[in-house]
Design a protein around this ligand. Structure first.
Ligand code: FAD
Length: 488
């Protein structure tokens, strides 16, 4: 009699059952299967606090969905290879199934798993799914990685597979008898004194694959039409899809998003202009992954190397720079659109893309603080924190990344506010102390006449801070810093 095939399905940033090639193969090929999640902080940049909360909530959903199909979810902390080795011995595991992840640290873990498995005589089966296309398969005619989005996207689009999506298996192979005893609550994912802060996140995003599919369906049916015009408007709460937290940890596959939106366009061609703009945004996600895979130094080093000597104001050595960073983090800069964005981030774990660009530009240009400080704050507080998209976008805003706007193009937070939040509804939603200000002064409370401030119940400097910087001087300082780079 042939011995039963026992497999491990290693979940990583793919916390779903649908369109999951590794799960589909494992459920067809194994007699017994151990779905496993390892919180391995030795093999990746430790997740930020918001992501950890989001992970916790989504693992709970995933575990329930697996149980409903006759399986379950085993957990472990750190040392993925050690755990796999333990399971190989204690549960006779002979196959490991996983979804390939081209992020450099995830890839390094795959290599270690592969090397260990070779020596232990275990079969490792890897499947695609983290991105629409493998970053390794796309190159310029010279065989180099792309650094400009438009030609990248032209090539990438022509290669996206039209294969059918994989459905959620209705049953799964049973678990073996002996399993690790670690449970979800044993993983250090929830912050100490959890409560107030995570409640705000929980009010903003419902975890789980079913919720992700609902968000996608509602977006396609109700909000895709008009996306091109609405996507830059933070005052329109449904102007964008809000799928990023689900994509970041793989509750939904990018292929599912792509396929469903493309099908909607095929079904109703009048959706095509908005659909194309939306799919291009998915393209920016692909481009970010492509960049991080080919330039693994991006989290610490600018892509444009001349930026290495940029004269940032050091928050470690300059107390006033540290104070400015804190004001930015807390949403107390005196620039309402910046403050609304930073408070939206703290309150909900998410921030509108247009506002991400405004607050990031303000930090690196007006305050001259290193983009890595902003990237780290976003990493800690975003529920959609993604190693590739976060770093690529911060470098893009700072002017030192791929396809970046030139450094001397500096967003004016007042003009941006007036253009994209014309009535000030977004500011009012997140900066309640300014709620009574008329639209004319909502982006410039410091310019409002005393009687207007009084009628709105605001004392500048007491209820709301005056501007942290004089924009004209800050702009000149930024341009000088940039000039020193070019002169040097
Ligand atoms: P939609 O407009 O509905 O777009 C659909 C999807 O396309 C998004 O869910 C996302 O997966 C992708 N997408 C859209 N814009 C971008 C972009 N510029 N770069 C990469 N992918 C994009 N996105 C993250 O997912 N994680 C991050 O950590 C992250 N950090 C950022 C940091 C800065 C400084 C900036 C300027 C942008 C960052 N973004 C990040 C990109 C973007 O802001 C978010 O993806 C978007 O706001 C998510 O909202 P949505 O799902 O409603 O987007």
């Amino acid at each position: 009699m042939t011995p039963p095939i026992v497999g491990v399905l290693l979940f990583r940033r793919d916390l779903r059952l649908g369109d999951h090639a590794a799960l589909t193969a494992a459920s067809q090929e194994c007699d017994k299967l151990i779905p496993l999640y390892v919180l391995d902080e030795t093999a990746a940049r430790p997740a930020g606090a918001a992501t950890k909360w989001w992970l916790h909530e989504n693992l709970r959903q995933l575990e329930t969905a697996l149980r409903q199909r006759g399986s379950g979810l085993a957990y472990a902390e750190n040392d993925t290879c050690g755990m796999l080795s333990h399971l190989a011995q204690s549960a006779d595991v002979t196959r490991i199934y996983l979804q390939h992840d081209a992020e450099p640290q995830a890839l390094a873990l795959e290599t270690r798993i592969h090397d260990w498995a070779m020596s232990a005589g275990i079969d490792v089966r890897r499947f695609a799914g983290q991105t629409l296309l493998s970053p390794t398969n796309i190159a310029t005619q010279q065989g180099k990685p792309y650094q400009v989005f438009t030609p990248f996207w032209r090539t990438a689009q022509s290669q996206i597979s039209a294969e059918r999506l994989l459905s959620i298996p209705s049953t799964l192979p049973p678990l073996p008898d002996l399993l690790p005893t670690t449970t979800l609550v044993d993983l250090p994912l929830l912050p100490y004194g959890e409560g107030q802060w995570t409640n705000g996140l929980a009010r903003s995003f419902i975890p789980g694959e079913a919720a992700a599919l609902k968000v996608l369906d509602r977006f396609i049916h109700e909000d895709l039409r008009g996306y091109a015009a609405h996507r830059d408007r933070p005052d329109m709460p449904r102007g964008t899809s809000r799928l990023s937290p689900y994509l970041a940890i793989g509750c939904i596959s990018p292929r599912t998003v792509w396929r469903r939106v493309s099908d909607a366009i095929d079904h109703d061609p009048s959706l095509s202009p908005d659909g194309a703009v939306f799919l291009k945004e998915i393209g920016w996600r692909e481009f970010s992954h492509h960049l991080l895979h080919h330039f693994p130094f991006l989290p610490t080093t600018p892509l444009r190397q001349n930026f290495s000597s940029f004269p940032w104001r050091s928050t470690a050595r300059m107390p006033d720079a540290a104070r400015d960073l804190r004001a930015w983090q807390q949403g107390l800069t005196g620039f309402p659109i910046v403050d609304a964005g930073m408070r939206e981030l703290w309150k909900t774990g998410w921030m509108h893309n247009r506002v991400r660009m405004i607050v990031a530009s303000f930090l690196v240009k007006e305050l001259l603080i290193h983009w890595q400080e902003g990237e780290a704050w976003f990493w800690d507080t975003l529920v959609d924190a993604d190693p590739a998209s976060n770093v690529a976008n911060w470098q893009w805003v700072a002017g030192c990344g791929a396809d970046a706007a030139p450094y001397f193009r500096i967003f004016n937070p007042v003009l941006q506010g007036r253009k994209f939040d014309p009535e000030g509804d977004y500011v009012r939603a997140f900066v309640p102390e300014l709620r009574q200000l008329p639209a004319k002064y909502i982006h410039t409370p410091h310019e409002a006449p005393p009687h207007i401030l009084q009628e709105a119940g605001i004392k500048l400097g007491t209820d709301y801070p005056p501007p942290l910087v004089d924009r004209t001087r800050a702009r000149a300082r930024a341009l000088n810093a940039f000039k020193s780079l070019n002169d040097g």
